[in-house]
Design a binder for this molecule. Structure first.
Ligand code: ZN
Length: 237
């Protein structure tokens, strides 16, 4: 049997490593932690899980909340109903953007163990951006919060409810699998075109398989299937 002192030492060592990791990740990436602690900030909860920076004028706030309602309806273009329940933060000032949004003025979503946090900045106060982020959260929820799809599919599916994108049938979609990793997809000089390619491919596929095909893909992935095999099999039926 292990000596008591040795046992205590091991527990203390594990605890301090855990604490160091926690502090380290906060220092590298404080914004998701701030988003998680939103209840202890000056942000005001307007609707359940929806927080608005108090400096935002009331008429703008009404517009934002209306956009959010409309955005939720757009999700039904792709899924039957909403299962995700993300916390959403609307921020406008540069101080709040720095605190919550890693200086991204449009939107970003943090997937944490405790839930999804969508931070929307002033360039994202519209239905397209909000619906886009909600769709990411919905897909992730249905995939049991695991990375199971290539980046091009995740982004392409989100653009189905983001009406800034229009299908371009002249695009060559043969090399879509080169855009599976984050590094390849978000490569700054290519990212704009990559969204267009992803959009056109997913519009094409979804046009054939529809909502039921998407549900089949998700079920297959949750049962341990491979994305590429399921994706092709579902559309060739
Ligand atoms: Zn996206």
């Amino acid at each position: 049997m292990m000596k008591k002192r040795k046992k205590k030492f091991i527990i203390a060592a594990i605890l301090s490593i855990f604490l160091m990791l926690l502090v380290g990740s906060y220092m590298l990436n404080p914004q998701p932690v701030h988003a998680m602690m939103v209840d202890f900030s000056s942000m005001e909860e307007r609707v359940e899980h929806v927080y608005v920076e108090p400096d935002i004028p009331e008429n703008m706030e009404d517009m934002i909340l209306n956009d959010l309602t409309q955005s939720k309806e757009r999700i039904s273009e792709v899924f039957d109903g909403l299962q995700a329940n993300p916390t959403i933060l609307f921020v406008q000032s540069s101080k709040a953007l720095e605190k919550y949004a890693q200086n991204n003025r449009t939107a970003q979503t943090y997937y944490t163990y405790w839930g999804h946090y969508i931070v929307v900045g002033p360039d994202g106060f519209n239905e397209d951006v909000i619906a886009h982020e909600l769709l990411h959260s919905e897909l992730r929820t249905r995939l049991m919060n695991k990375d199971k799809v290539p980046v091009w599919f995740d982004e392409g599916l989100a653009t189905l409810v983001d009406h800034r994108y229009i299908r371009d049938e002249s695009l060559n979609l043969d090399h879509i699998n080169d855009l599976s990793s984050r590094d390849a997809f978000y490569e700054p000089s290519q990212v704009k075109g990559n969204y267009e390619i992803a959009h056109s491919e997913v519009v094409r596929w979804f046009g054939i398989v529809g909502k039921s095909g998407l549900m089949e893909l998700i079920e297959g992935l949750n049962q341990g299937g491979t994305f590429n095999e399921l994706y092709k099999a579902i559309e060739s039926r």
